[in-house]
Design a protein around this ligand. Structure first.
Ligand SMILES: *[C@@H]1O[C@H](CO)[C@@H](O)[C@H](O)[C@H]1NC(C)=O
Ligand SMILES: *[C@@H]1O[C@H](CO)[C@@H](O)[C@H](O)[C@H]1NC(C)=O
Length: 360
């Protein structure tokens, strides 16, 4: 009897796992609205009601979004092109882009936007094209981005605006951006950010650029051929990133791992950013500084390696106070380590064949 009960419990548990797995696919289960069709004909339906039929893919998607209530879900099953236009997601709506959404460049605007909203979720998205911003956000609360794939031919992947309302509690799972001309992911004005991973391939500027963003946790930032020929980086902190409202730089930005190959810089901290702890890094053959830390406060790199590429450098511009409270534990081979000018409370623990010119 006990064995039978155990077996039933095991079967129920297995069924639950299976159901969860099936629901974890784009468009699975019963979305409240769908967009189907292709080519020159698209249809949006909510339940059994048709809310759009015609040739305009963007209009079909927007009609589906406008037909659902907060807490409900749209699955875009069709692939198509929205041209240089914008899909707008209002509060509480769940948007799944299961087909491939091709987008154009609308100056200053996102192909998908959600601004001044709460509880918007985009669990899946597959985007191609050359947007100004693939996705554009500001003033969001509890925004969730899931598995986002952007295979672009230019433009910027995901952007949180600089001159607009701040965002609170943003979560991202896996963001993969290929071919952006600018950054893969650029944040401004977020308090409370969790990212599982940002994977950037052949991206013009940064993989992950964080600005005025506090209380952040990032798993992995992985860049290949990011920022080639310029001063951007696979991971860049800028414009007072990590500065708390009280003006302090207590550690509040945590990054588990950074991997970078080729491109421009690997890791770049600048313009009074800091409060950052980076767990483990693996940088090789960066075309510009493997690491550049310039006017940053409380930055720790706890381990890993740099092989080749530009020098590991602590530097300063005269417009801001010099680096302070920086600690770097790292194997560095086939490039150099330089601290110039000398910062304040800088702790180096460097091994490997690197040439060293440091102050402590
Ligand atoms: C991205 O798109 C290009 C051109 O359409 C294609 O050749 C490439 O395989 C795609 N890459 C990924 C990672 O999907
Ligand atoms: C770099 O340094 C390592 C360790 O000293 C060495 O084994 C390696 O051959 C060097 N060269 C390259 C191109 O990695």
């Amino acid at each position: 009897m006990a064995i039978m009960t155990q077996l039933i419990h095991t079967l129920i548990a297995a069924a639950a796992v299976f159901t969860a797995g099936a629901n974890a696919q784009c468009g699975a289960g019963s979305p409240h609205a769908t967009v189907t069709g292709g080519g020159n004909w698209f249809q949006a339906t909510r339940g059994s009601a048709q809310v759009y039929a015609g040739s305009d893919y963007r209009a079909a998607i927007q009609a589906a979004l406008d037909a659902i209530s907060p807490g409900q879900r749209v699955a875009v099953l069709a692939s198509g092109s929205i041209g240089a236009s914008t899909i707008t997601i209002t509060s509480g709506k769940i948007f799944e882009g299961c087909g491939t959404i091709n987008v154009g460049n609308r100056a200053g605007r996102g192909a998908i936007e959600s601004t001044d909203t709460s509880d918007v979720q985009i669990p899946y998205l597959s985007m191609t094209g050359n947007p100004y911003f693939g996705m554009r956000f500001s003033g969001t609360r509890n925004l969730v981005l899931g598995k986002i794939n952007m295979n672009l031919s230019g433009g910027l992947g995901i952007r949180f605006d600089r001159d607009r309302a701040p965002n609170y509690n943003v979560k991202m799972d896996t963001i993969t951006v290929t071919g952006a001309g600018s950054h893969a992911v650029e944040t401004w004005n977020i308090d409370g950010l969790t990212i599982n991973s940002v994977i950037a391939r052949n991206v013009g500027e940064c993989g992950l650029l964080m600005q005025k963003t506090t209380n952040a946790r990032v798993g992995l930032v992985d860049g290949q051929n990011v920022a080639t020929g310029n001063g951007y980086a696979t991971l860049r902190f800028a414009n007072e990133n990590g500065k708390l409202p009280n003006g302090r730089y207590d550690t509040n930005v945590h990054v588990d791992r950074v991997v970078s190959r080729g491109g421009g810089r690997g890791i770049f901290c600048v313009s009074q950013s800091g409060g950052a702890s980076i767990g483990n890094i693996d940088l090789a053959n960066n075309g510009n500084n493997a690491i550049l830390i310039e006017n940053c406060y409380n930055v720790q790199i706890h381990g890993g390696k740099v092989n080749g590429g530009g020098e590991v450098r602590l530097s300063a511009r005269s417009e801001f106070p010099n680096n302070r409270d920086v600690s770097i534990t790292l194997q560095v081979d086939n490039t150099s380590v330089r601290e110039q000018p000398c910062g304040q409370n800088i702790r180096w623990n460097i091994w490997g064949n690197a040439r060293r010119q440091t102050c402590s």
